[in-house]
Design a protein around this ligand. Structure first.
Ligand code: PMP
Length: 441
């Protein structure tokens, strides 16, 4: 398939050869899925992508999650063009769309009474750490093993691989993790143990979780885990932070918190909140905590959590976000995309069963996972130090498999997120999903 792939994508290959000289790794964004070389795309439309060689792809990357309506929907684009014509992309000053988007979110999300837009999900997670520390006057942050909360220093601890305490990046002094701990997902006793232990070392400011499961649902959480974590946070005076960067407006217009009926103290937004346009991040929460961002409710004695961002809440992203989430609600897009996700996942699992492959397909609505069976998923909680070398070997093997699968899918005209995550959108019809399944086969 590699020679087939290369023959189809000669212009991309040439462009990437040039790009490599001026851009580290040749691309600015998708470093994770560039085997055998990154592709250059020229057009995105609904469920499809077109590359510079004229190949058409069914798009299950969907920009990494933001485009629940499909790529570049016309009604949103028209509104954005209108706004660009009237005031340009940014003013650095208040704009009506900040207000409209914030009101929409506050009305839909049970855990959000106030909302502050920021530049990215990473920034929003950083802001949540700060707000939680100011609001609780406590220090520690607990996250679940295997979670991804952006690439900031203090939250990069244990990224993506539960139990390994593996750092995704070099260049982070261990001191950055002095107040960050990781507990295994689905082990509620371990969470309580850590909360108890933290009482004598500065207290717990926040428990961060992706409510569908670490690395946004790859390792699903037991249905009751969110509610149990909610109770523990209340008991120990820690803020419960739901990182809904992936799930907000994708699982539903009221997010995963609506789905589970569990109300967090702070909610992190990203991706869909700017409708696929730039500057996609935000933090929402109860007034008593969010007020820290503006100096607190206690007058001069209050402490302030300072956050910033030249481009945060610019009119373009706010308007794009507002019209996107409104259209998602009006067209029931989460449900439509979710049904496409069900159809895709069931079809993939049928292929896996038919061919007896060591894979598993599962989904949470429009968030679909196609994983290798084994350590990476469900038996992860039993790591012991002496098991680590074998696990690392297995993890590398899994990564190699997924890299090759991702490239093989690409050769068949299917764009996925690193071969293992597939986002469906409301633009995916039954015919498109069935066409994709034929290509997967
Ligand atoms: N949290 C989660 C759950 C995410 O999936 C991501 C991005 N994939 C982030 C935070 C970071 O968001 P951003 O890429 O906008 O910085």
């Amino acid at each position: 398939y590699l020679s087939y792939f290369e023959a189809k994508c000669t212009t991309s290959k040439k462009m990437m050869g040039e790009a490599e000289k001026v851009i580290p790794g040749a691309v600015q964004h998708n470093l994770a899925f560039n085997y055998p070389f990154p592709l250059a795309f020229s057009k995105a439309e609904g469920a499809f992508l077109h590359d510079v060689d004229g190949n058409k792809y069914i798009d299950f990357l969907q920009a990494g999650g933001p485009t629940v309506l499909g790529s570049n929907p016309e009604p949103v684009r028209e509104k954005v063009i209108e706004l660009l014509n009237s005031c340009g992309p940014s003013t650095g000053l208040f704009h009506e769309y900040e207000m409209k988007l914030a009101s929409f979110i506050c009305h839909r999300f049970k855990g959000v009474e106030m909302f502050r837009m920021l530049g990215s999900g990473t920034e929003a997670c950083m802001a949540a750490v700060r707000v939680a520390r100011v609001a609780t006057k406590k220090k520690n942050i607990i996250k679940l093993g295997g979670a991804y909360h952006g690439w900031s220093d203090q939250l990069s601890y244990g990224n993506r691989i539960p139990g390994l305490r593996f750092l995704e990046s070099h260049g982070i002094p261990l001191a950055c993790f002095k107040y960050t701990q990781e507990v295994f997902p689905n082990d509620i006793a371990a969470l309580e143990k850590q909360l108890k232990w933290n009482r004598i070392r500065g207290g717990t400011a926040a428990v961060f979780m992706e409510p569908m499961g670490p690395e946004s649902g790859t390792r699903p959480l037991d249905y009751d885990y969110n509610a149990q974590a909610r109770d523990l946070c209340t008991k120990y005076g820690a803020l419960l932070v739901f990182d809904e960067v992936v799930t907000a407006f994708r699982i539903g217009v009221d997010g995963a918190q609506g789905y589970f009926g569990v109300t967090p103290d702070l909610t992190i937004f990203g991706k869909v909140v700017a409708g696929g346009y730039p500057s996609a991040g935000g933090i929402g929460g109860k007034t008593e905590y969010m007020a820290c961002l503006a100096g607190g409710l206690g007058g001069k004695k209050s402490k302030k959590a300072h956050v910033g961002g030249t481009m945060a809440a610019n009119p373009l992203s706010s308007a794009a976000g507002y019209y996107t989430v409104k259209m998602i609600e009006e067209t029931n897009a989460c449900e439509v995309a979710g049904k496409a996700g069900d159809r895709l996942t069931q079809g993939l699992q049928t292929l896996i069963d038919t061919y007896g492959l060591p894979f598993v397909a599962y989904n949470q609505g429009s968030i679909c996972h196609l994983e290798t069976v084994g350590t990476m998923l469900f038996d992860i909680n039993i790591f012991r130090p002496w098991e680590i070398p074998a696990k690392i070997k297995e993890i590398h093997a899994r990564k190699d498999v997924m890299t090759h699968m991702g490239a093989a899918y690409m050769a068949e005209g299917l764009v996925t997120l690193a071969g293992s995550r597939l986002y469906t959108s409301a633009a995916d019809t039954d015919e498109i999903i069935d066409d994709a399944l034929t290509r997967f086969e």
